[in-house]
Design a binder for this molecule. Sequence first.
Ligand code: NIG
Ligand code: FE
Length: 408
Amino acid sequence: MVWDQVWIDVNVATMDPSVHGAYGAIPQAAIAVKDGKIAWVGPRSDLPEFDVLATPVYRGKGGWITPGLIDAHTHLVFAGNRANEFEQRLQGASYQDIARAGGGIISTVNACRNADEAELFELGRQRLNALAREGVTTVEIKSGYGLNTATELKLLRVARELGEHHHIDVCTTFLGAHAIPPEYKDDVDGYVDFVINDMLPAVIAEGLADAVDVFCENIAFNLEQTERVLNAAKQSGLQIKLHAEQLSNMGGSALAASLGAKSVDHIEFLDEAGVKAISESGTCATLLPGAFYFLRETQLPPIDLLRQYKVPMVIASDFNPGSSPICSTLLMLNMACTLFRLTPEEALQGVTFNAAKALGLEHRIGSITVGKQADFCLWDINTPAQLAYAYGVNPCQNVVKNGQVVAL
Ligand code: NIG
Ligand code: FE
Protein backbone atom coordinates (compact mmCIF):
# COMPACT_ATOMS: atom_id res chain seq x y z
CA MET A 1 0.00 0.00 0.00
CA VAL A 2 1.25 3.51 -0.79
CA TRP A 3 0.05 6.10 1.65
CA ASP A 4 1.03 9.67 2.51
CA GLN A 5 0.77 9.17 6.26
CA VAL A 6 -0.20 6.55 8.82
CA TRP A 7 -1.37 6.98 12.43
CA ILE A 8 -0.87 4.14 14.91
CA ASP A 9 -1.00 3.64 18.69
CA VAL A 10 -4.38 5.40 18.71
CA ASN A 11 -8.01 4.67 19.48
CA VAL A 12 -10.47 6.10 16.98
CA ALA A 13 -13.92 7.54 17.68
CA THR A 14 -15.04 7.39 14.05
CA MET A 15 -18.45 9.00 14.81
CA ASP A 16 -19.61 7.07 11.75
CA PRO A 17 -23.14 5.81 12.53
CA SER A 18 -22.51 2.69 10.43
CA VAL A 19 -19.68 1.63 12.77
CA HIS A 20 -21.29 -0.40 15.53
CA GLY A 21 -21.03 0.76 19.15
CA ALA A 22 -20.67 3.97 21.15
CA TYR A 23 -18.82 6.75 19.29
CA GLY A 24 -18.35 4.32 16.38
CA ALA A 25 -15.19 3.49 18.32
CA ILE A 26 -12.33 1.33 17.10
CA PRO A 27 -9.91 0.67 19.98
CA GLN A 28 -6.22 0.11 19.16
CA ALA A 29 -6.73 1.37 15.67
CA ALA A 30 -4.81 2.80 12.76
CA ILE A 31 -5.63 5.41 10.12
CA ALA A 32 -3.98 5.82 6.72
CA VAL A 33 -4.21 9.03 4.70
CA LYS A 34 -3.76 9.45 0.95
CA ASP A 35 -4.33 12.55 -1.21
CA GLY A 36 -5.94 14.45 1.66
CA LYS A 37 -8.52 11.72 2.32
CA ILE A 38 -8.97 8.86 4.74
CA ALA A 39 -7.64 5.87 2.83
CA TRP A 40 -7.95 3.22 5.52
CA VAL A 41 -9.25 2.94 9.10
CA GLY A 42 -9.58 -0.15 11.25
CA PRO A 43 -7.97 -2.21 13.99
CA ARG A 44 -4.17 -1.88 13.97
CA SER A 45 -3.90 -5.66 13.70
CA ASP A 46 -5.68 -5.53 10.30
CA LEU A 47 -3.54 -2.70 8.87
CA PRO A 48 -2.24 -3.83 5.47
CA GLU A 49 1.49 -3.81 4.90
CA PHE A 50 3.02 -0.57 3.71
CA ASP A 51 6.48 0.81 3.09
CA VAL A 52 7.52 1.95 6.58
CA LEU A 53 10.67 3.61 5.28
CA ALA A 54 8.82 5.75 2.74
CA THR A 55 5.75 6.67 4.80
CA PRO A 56 5.59 9.09 7.75
CA VAL A 57 4.19 7.18 10.72
CA TYR A 58 2.69 9.16 13.60
CA ARG A 59 2.31 7.52 17.01
CA GLY A 60 -0.60 8.68 19.16
CA LYS A 61 0.65 7.35 22.52
CA GLY A 62 -2.66 5.65 23.18
CA GLY A 63 -4.74 8.82 22.78
CA TRP A 64 -8.00 9.17 20.87
CA ILE A 65 -8.58 10.43 17.36
CA THR A 66 -11.91 12.05 16.53
CA PRO A 67 -13.12 13.79 13.39
CA GLY A 68 -12.12 17.47 13.23
CA LEU A 69 -14.74 19.44 15.14
CA ILE A 70 -17.34 21.48 13.26
CA ASP A 71 -18.88 24.65 14.69
CA ALA A 72 -22.01 24.94 12.55
CA HIS A 73 -23.40 28.23 13.90
CA THR A 74 -21.29 31.30 14.63
CA HIS A 75 -21.40 35.04 14.06
CA LEU A 76 -17.65 35.36 14.48
CA VAL A 77 -16.92 38.27 12.15
CA PHE A 78 -17.81 41.37 14.17
CA ALA A 79 -16.18 44.46 15.62
CA GLY A 80 -16.50 45.87 19.14
CA ASN A 81 -17.98 44.17 22.17
CA ARG A 82 -21.08 44.51 24.33
CA ALA A 83 -19.64 44.31 27.84
CA ASN A 84 -21.65 47.44 28.70
CA GLU A 85 -24.89 45.57 27.92
CA PHE A 86 -23.68 42.67 30.02
CA GLU A 87 -23.43 45.15 32.90
CA GLN A 88 -26.91 46.54 32.12
CA ARG A 89 -28.37 43.07 32.18
CA LEU A 90 -26.75 42.44 35.55
CA GLN A 91 -28.53 45.57 36.74
CA GLY A 92 -31.89 44.17 35.63
CA ALA A 93 -32.41 44.99 31.93
CA SER A 94 -33.38 42.06 29.70
CA TYR A 95 -31.87 41.14 26.30
CA GLN A 96 -35.18 42.16 24.72
CA ASP A 97 -35.30 45.51 26.64
CA ILE A 98 -31.83 46.37 25.36
CA ALA A 99 -32.73 45.40 21.78
CA ARG A 100 -35.94 47.46 21.87
CA ALA A 101 -34.02 50.49 23.16
CA GLY A 102 -31.80 50.42 20.05
CA GLY A 103 -28.88 48.54 21.58
CA GLY A 104 -28.18 44.84 21.19
CA ILE A 105 -27.56 43.72 17.64
CA ILE A 106 -27.78 47.33 16.42
CA SER A 107 -24.83 48.42 18.57
CA THR A 108 -22.69 45.75 16.89
CA VAL A 109 -24.07 46.87 13.52
CA ASN A 110 -22.75 50.38 14.19
CA ALA A 111 -19.33 48.98 15.11
CA CYS A 112 -19.22 46.83 11.97
CA ARG A 113 -20.29 49.63 9.64
CA ASN A 114 -17.34 51.64 10.97
CA ALA A 115 -14.75 48.84 10.82
CA ASP A 116 -12.63 48.17 7.75
CA GLU A 117 -12.04 44.75 6.22
CA ALA A 118 -8.50 44.48 7.56
CA GLU A 119 -9.65 45.02 11.15
CA LEU A 120 -12.52 42.54 10.80
CA PHE A 121 -10.19 40.01 9.19
CA GLU A 122 -7.66 40.26 12.03
CA LEU A 123 -10.37 39.85 14.68
CA GLY A 124 -11.80 36.89 12.79
CA ARG A 125 -8.37 35.32 12.36
CA GLN A 126 -7.68 35.43 16.10
CA ARG A 127 -11.05 33.82 16.81
CA LEU A 128 -10.48 31.08 14.22
CA ASN A 129 -7.08 30.43 15.83
CA ALA A 130 -8.76 29.97 19.20
CA LEU A 131 -11.18 27.45 17.69
CA ALA A 132 -8.38 25.73 15.73
CA ARG A 133 -6.42 25.09 18.94
CA GLU A 134 -9.46 23.15 20.17
CA GLY A 135 -9.51 20.90 17.12
CA VAL A 136 -12.11 22.77 15.05
CA THR A 137 -11.57 22.26 11.30
CA THR A 138 -14.81 23.68 9.82
CA VAL A 139 -16.78 26.75 10.91
CA GLU A 140 -19.96 28.38 9.68
CA ILE A 141 -19.92 32.19 9.82
CA LYS A 142 -22.99 34.41 9.42
CA SER A 143 -23.24 38.02 8.36
CA GLY A 144 -26.04 40.03 9.94
CA TYR A 145 -24.16 42.89 11.59
CA GLY A 146 -24.27 45.11 8.52
CA LEU A 147 -27.94 45.44 7.63
CA ASN A 148 -26.99 47.49 4.59
CA THR A 149 -25.66 46.07 1.36
CA ALA A 150 -22.10 47.38 1.64
CA THR A 151 -21.56 46.12 5.18
CA GLU A 152 -23.27 42.76 4.68
CA LEU A 153 -21.03 42.17 1.65
CA LYS A 154 -18.00 43.31 3.66
CA LEU A 155 -18.71 40.81 6.44
CA LEU A 156 -19.26 37.95 4.00
CA ARG A 157 -16.12 38.83 2.04
CA VAL A 158 -14.10 38.77 5.24
CA ALA A 159 -15.62 35.40 6.14
CA ARG A 160 -14.72 34.00 2.70
CA GLU A 161 -11.17 35.43 2.93
CA LEU A 162 -10.72 33.88 6.36
CA GLY A 163 -11.60 30.51 4.84
CA GLU A 164 -9.06 31.05 2.07
CA HIS A 165 -6.23 32.09 4.40
CA HIS A 166 -6.80 29.78 7.33
CA HIS A 167 -6.65 25.98 7.41
CA ILE A 168 -10.17 26.01 8.89
CA ASP A 169 -12.81 25.69 6.18
CA VAL A 170 -15.47 28.39 6.37
CA CYS A 171 -19.10 28.06 5.27
CA THR A 172 -20.83 31.41 4.91
CA THR A 173 -24.43 32.35 5.66
CA PHE A 174 -26.18 35.56 4.66
CA LEU A 175 -28.22 36.82 7.62
CA GLY A 176 -29.38 40.19 6.29
CA ALA A 177 -32.68 39.61 8.11
CA HIS A 178 -31.04 39.57 11.55
CA ALA A 179 -32.52 42.80 12.96
CA ILE A 180 -34.36 45.84 11.71
CA PRO A 181 -31.87 48.59 10.86
CA PRO A 182 -32.63 52.13 12.16
CA GLU A 183 -33.18 53.31 8.57
CA TYR A 184 -36.20 50.98 8.28
CA LYS A 185 -37.51 51.01 11.84
CA ASP A 186 -41.03 52.01 10.75
CA ASP A 187 -41.05 49.88 7.61
CA VAL A 188 -40.04 46.32 8.37
CA ASP A 189 -41.73 44.99 5.21
CA GLY A 190 -39.79 47.55 3.22
CA TYR A 191 -36.56 46.23 4.75
CA VAL A 192 -37.55 42.67 3.89
CA ASP A 193 -38.15 43.78 0.28
CA PHE A 194 -34.69 45.38 0.33
CA VAL A 195 -33.08 42.17 1.67
CA ILE A 196 -34.75 40.13 -1.07
CA ASN A 197 -34.44 42.50 -4.02
CA ASP A 198 -31.15 44.28 -3.33
CA MET A 199 -28.94 42.54 -0.83
CA LEU A 200 -29.56 38.91 -1.79
CA PRO A 201 -28.86 39.42 -5.52
CA ALA A 202 -25.63 41.29 -4.63
CA VAL A 203 -24.56 38.48 -2.31
CA ILE A 204 -25.31 35.89 -4.99
CA ALA A 205 -23.57 37.88 -7.73
CA GLU A 206 -20.32 37.75 -5.73
CA GLY A 207 -20.85 34.11 -4.70
CA LEU A 208 -20.52 35.12 -1.07
CA ALA A 209 -23.05 32.82 0.64
CA ASP A 210 -23.63 29.11 0.94
CA ALA A 211 -26.84 29.58 2.94
CA VAL A 212 -29.40 32.12 4.10
CA ASP A 213 -30.69 32.54 7.64
CA VAL A 214 -33.32 34.77 9.28
CA PHE A 215 -33.93 35.72 12.93
CA CYS A 216 -37.61 34.79 13.28
CA GLU A 217 -38.68 36.32 16.60
CA ASN A 218 -41.01 38.89 18.12
CA ILE A 219 -38.08 41.35 18.38
CA ALA A 220 -37.06 40.68 14.76
CA PHE A 221 -38.97 39.19 11.76
CA ASN A 222 -42.43 37.62 11.82
CA LEU A 223 -43.42 34.38 10.15
CA GLU A 224 -44.64 35.93 6.93
CA GLN A 225 -41.49 38.05 6.52
CA THR A 226 -39.33 35.03 7.32
CA GLU A 227 -41.13 32.98 4.69
CA ARG A 228 -40.53 35.61 2.02
CA VAL A 229 -36.79 35.71 2.66
CA LEU A 230 -36.40 31.94 2.88
CA ASN A 231 -38.42 31.41 -0.29
CA ALA A 232 -36.25 33.86 -2.20
CA ALA A 233 -33.13 32.09 -0.93
CA LYS A 234 -34.48 28.70 -1.85
CA GLN A 235 -35.37 29.88 -5.35
CA SER A 236 -31.78 31.04 -5.73
CA GLY A 237 -30.54 27.56 -4.89
CA LEU A 238 -29.03 28.48 -1.52
CA GLN A 239 -29.39 26.34 1.57
CA ILE A 240 -31.69 27.70 4.22
CA LYS A 241 -31.65 27.66 8.00
CA LEU A 242 -33.40 29.63 10.71
CA HIS A 243 -32.93 31.23 14.13
CA ALA A 244 -36.21 29.89 15.47
CA GLU A 245 -38.11 29.59 18.74
CA GLN A 246 -35.33 31.18 20.79
CA LEU A 247 -37.42 33.53 22.93
CA SER A 248 -40.97 32.51 21.98
CA ASN A 249 -42.84 29.95 19.86
CA MET A 250 -43.41 31.67 16.52
CA GLY A 251 -43.87 28.56 14.35
CA GLY A 252 -40.63 29.30 12.52
CA SER A 253 -39.31 25.76 12.74
CA ALA A 254 -42.36 24.23 11.05
CA LEU A 255 -42.12 26.86 8.32
CA ALA A 256 -38.40 26.18 7.84
CA ALA A 257 -39.10 22.43 7.75
CA SER A 258 -41.75 22.90 5.05
CA LEU A 259 -39.13 24.68 2.94
CA GLY A 260 -36.49 21.97 3.44
CA ALA A 261 -34.21 23.89 5.83
CA LYS A 262 -30.92 22.23 6.80
CA SER A 263 -31.31 23.31 10.42
CA VAL A 264 -33.37 25.25 12.90
CA ASP A 265 -31.28 26.83 15.61
CA HIS A 266 -31.84 27.69 19.32
CA ILE A 267 -35.40 26.15 19.51
CA GLU A 268 -35.84 26.42 23.28
CA PHE A 269 -39.58 27.08 22.74
CA LEU A 270 -40.16 24.40 20.09
CA ASP A 271 -43.29 22.27 20.75
CA GLU A 272 -44.08 18.70 19.75
CA ALA A 273 -45.75 19.67 16.48
CA GLY A 274 -42.60 21.58 15.54
CA VAL A 275 -40.36 18.65 16.48
CA LYS A 276 -42.52 16.35 14.36
CA ALA A 277 -42.31 18.77 11.42
CA ILE A 278 -38.50 18.97 11.50
CA SER A 279 -38.17 15.21 11.93
CA GLU A 280 -40.23 14.65 8.77
CA SER A 281 -38.17 17.11 6.71
CA GLY A 282 -34.80 15.79 7.92
CA THR A 283 -33.97 19.21 9.37
CA CYS A 284 -31.31 19.25 12.11
CA ALA A 285 -31.93 20.82 15.52
CA THR A 286 -29.01 23.08 16.40
CA LEU A 287 -28.74 23.60 20.15
CA LEU A 288 -26.80 26.62 21.37
CA PRO A 289 -25.97 26.13 25.03
CA GLY A 290 -23.67 29.17 25.11
CA ALA A 291 -26.57 31.55 24.42
CA PHE A 292 -28.82 29.68 26.86
CA TYR A 293 -26.12 30.03 29.52
CA PHE A 294 -25.12 33.62 28.83
CA LEU A 295 -28.72 34.92 28.68
CA ARG A 296 -29.55 32.81 31.75
CA GLU A 297 -32.51 31.27 29.95
CA THR A 298 -34.66 28.82 31.83
CA GLN A 299 -36.73 27.28 29.04
CA LEU A 300 -34.89 24.11 27.98
CA PRO A 301 -35.02 22.90 24.38
CA PRO A 302 -37.25 19.81 23.97
CA ILE A 303 -34.41 17.29 24.14
CA ASP A 304 -36.55 14.23 24.94
CA LEU A 305 -38.87 14.96 22.02
CA LEU A 306 -35.89 15.46 19.71
CA ARG A 307 -34.61 12.05 20.79
CA GLN A 308 -38.04 10.46 20.45
CA TYR A 309 -38.46 11.77 16.89
CA LYS A 310 -34.82 10.97 16.06
CA VAL A 311 -33.97 14.52 15.03
CA PRO A 312 -30.19 14.94 14.55
CA MET A 313 -28.98 17.26 17.32
CA VAL A 314 -26.19 19.70 16.53
CA ILE A 315 -24.18 21.63 19.13
CA ALA A 316 -22.66 24.97 18.19
CA SER A 317 -21.13 27.96 19.93
CA ASP A 318 -23.32 30.72 18.40
CA PHE A 319 -20.21 32.80 19.12
CA ASN A 320 -21.34 36.46 18.96
CA PRO A 321 -20.91 39.60 21.07
CA GLY A 322 -24.47 39.73 22.44
CA SER A 323 -25.85 36.38 23.44
CA SER A 324 -22.80 34.08 23.42
CA PRO A 325 -19.41 35.78 23.67
CA ILE A 326 -17.77 32.40 24.14
CA CYS A 327 -15.31 31.35 21.48
CA SER A 328 -14.97 27.71 22.51
CA THR A 329 -16.50 24.64 20.90
CA LEU A 330 -15.09 22.40 23.64
CA LEU A 331 -16.90 24.38 26.32
CA MET A 332 -20.11 23.84 24.34
CA LEU A 333 -19.65 20.08 24.66
CA ASN A 334 -19.53 20.45 28.41
CA MET A 335 -22.51 22.83 28.50
CA ALA A 336 -24.56 20.59 26.21
CA CYS A 337 -24.22 17.89 28.86
CA THR A 338 -24.49 19.98 32.03
CA LEU A 339 -27.23 22.38 30.87
CA PHE A 340 -29.16 20.28 28.33
CA ARG A 341 -28.38 16.81 29.72
CA LEU A 342 -27.07 15.42 26.46
CA THR A 343 -24.81 12.43 26.78
CA PRO A 344 -21.15 13.07 25.93
CA GLU A 345 -21.66 10.89 22.84
CA GLU A 346 -24.65 12.97 21.68
CA ALA A 347 -22.64 16.14 22.30
CA LEU A 348 -19.73 14.85 20.21
CA GLN A 349 -22.12 13.78 17.43
CA GLY A 350 -23.41 17.35 17.60
CA VAL A 351 -20.01 18.82 16.65
CA THR A 352 -19.07 16.12 14.15
CA PHE A 353 -21.47 13.99 12.11
CA ASN A 354 -24.66 15.97 12.79
CA ALA A 355 -22.90 19.33 12.38
CA ALA A 356 -21.71 18.20 8.94
CA LYS A 357 -25.31 17.34 8.08
CA ALA A 358 -26.51 20.79 9.17
CA LEU A 359 -24.04 22.28 6.67
CA GLY A 360 -24.95 19.81 3.91
CA LEU A 361 -21.41 18.42 4.07
CA GLU A 362 -22.04 14.98 5.55
CA HIS A 363 -20.63 13.26 2.46
CA ARG A 364 -17.27 15.00 2.92
CA ILE A 365 -16.66 15.58 6.63
CA GLY A 366 -18.01 14.75 10.10
CA SER A 367 -16.77 11.20 10.55
CA ILE A 368 -13.64 9.12 10.09
CA THR A 369 -14.77 7.16 7.09
CA VAL A 370 -12.81 5.96 4.08
CA GLY A 371 -13.16 8.48 1.26
CA LYS A 372 -13.96 11.46 3.49
CA GLN A 373 -11.63 14.41 3.94
CA ALA A 374 -8.75 13.60 6.31
CA ASP A 375 -9.82 16.15 8.93
CA PHE A 376 -9.13 14.78 12.40
CA CYS A 377 -7.62 15.51 15.81
CA LEU A 378 -5.54 13.56 18.27
CA TRP A 379 -6.54 14.09 21.88
CA ASP A 380 -4.60 13.28 25.04
CA ILE A 381 -7.53 11.47 26.68
CA ASN A 382 -8.34 7.93 27.83
CA THR A 383 -12.01 7.96 26.86
CA PRO A 384 -14.00 10.18 24.44
CA ALA A 385 -16.33 11.28 27.28
CA GLN A 386 -13.41 13.33 28.63
CA LEU A 387 -13.94 15.84 25.82
CA ALA A 388 -17.27 16.86 27.34
CA TYR A 389 -16.36 16.19 30.96
CA ALA A 390 -13.45 18.49 31.71
CA TYR A 391 -12.68 21.99 30.55
CA GLY A 392 -9.65 24.23 30.84
CA VAL A 393 -6.64 22.06 30.09
CA ASN A 394 -6.88 21.67 26.35
CA PRO A 395 -6.22 18.02 25.43
CA CYS A 396 -5.86 18.70 21.69
CA GLN A 397 -2.45 17.32 20.65
CA ASN A 398 -2.54 17.39 16.86
CA VAL A 399 -4.83 18.46 14.08
CA VAL A 400 -4.79 17.03 10.57
CA LYS A 401 -6.65 19.07 7.95
CA ASN A 402 -7.07 17.75 4.41
CA GLY A 403 -4.31 15.28 5.20
CA GLN A 404 -1.85 17.95 6.36
CA VAL A 405 -0.55 17.99 9.94
CA VAL A 406 -1.32 21.52 11.16
CA ALA A 407 1.02 23.55 13.36
CA LEU A 408 -1.25 24.86 16.13
O1 NIG B 1 -27.93 33.78 17.69
N1 NIG B 1 -30.63 35.48 17.99
C1 NIG B 1 -30.13 36.26 17.22
N2 NIG B 1 -28.85 36.44 16.96
C2 NIG B 1 -27.78 36.08 17.82
C3 NIG B 1 -27.48 37.14 18.80
C4 NIG B 1 -26.88 38.30 18.16
C5 NIG B 1 -26.52 39.40 19.08
O2 NIG B 1 -27.10 39.60 20.18
O3 NIG B 1 -25.60 40.12 18.68
C6 NIG B 1 -27.99 34.73 18.44
O4 NIG B 1 -28.20 34.59 19.65
FE1 FE C 1 -27.04 32.87 16.28
